[in-house]
Design a protein around this ligand. Sequence first.
Ligand code: BEZ
Length: 220
Amino acid sequence: MVNLGDVFPNFEASTTDGDIKFHDWLGDSWGILFSHPADYTPVCTTELGMAAKLAPEFKKRNVKMIALSCDSVEDHNGWIKDIKQNSGESGEWPYPIIADKNRDLAIQFGMLDPNEKTAAGLPLTARCVFIVGPDKKLKLSILYPATTGRNFDEILRVIDSLQLTATKKVATPVNWTSGGKCMVLPSVKKEDEGKYFPKGVETVPVPSGKGYLRYTPQPE
Ligand code: BEZ
């Protein structure tokens, strides 16, 4: 298992774009590694189609995308044709898909879903999302069961939050989207507010009298 803040393992893998070593492939970019249960399945087809459609949004955020399942490169390449037709995406396929036939990576990263098995009884990967920073450390992980498709707009939203909060002394509140009001980190002292937040800080009064609910416009 990889915990938040750990350096993501520099694994080697076969992909639809050839063999990779993860850290070399990532370079100085952010990265998203996301698994799906199996090729030629309906929910996965919609998910990978949406990921392809949103590829320019990931690129804009300097995030490299890579998918993974326990199928072969040949299956991935055949299935990509179905995904493209179903999603209406034409042109070059925008991200590699890892072939983890022996489940080495799925086991190493805790991706297997005990409730989902192949016809032969082998476990399948769940819908994992790992966001890795340019420092190669794990910034976020999300795990969905096979029966629940992900919302890729939400994934872009969390990337916006991760990238903002990586450099500014803010956290993003419930249902925040880029451009919305942010919360001042509890670790910021009152006397330092002016230094870090030139656009101002609004402290909301609460019955406890503790001034911890502090809003500030999103820092540049
Ligand atoms: C799907 O992608 O539709 C799916 C795959 C495995 C289990 C359930 C659904």
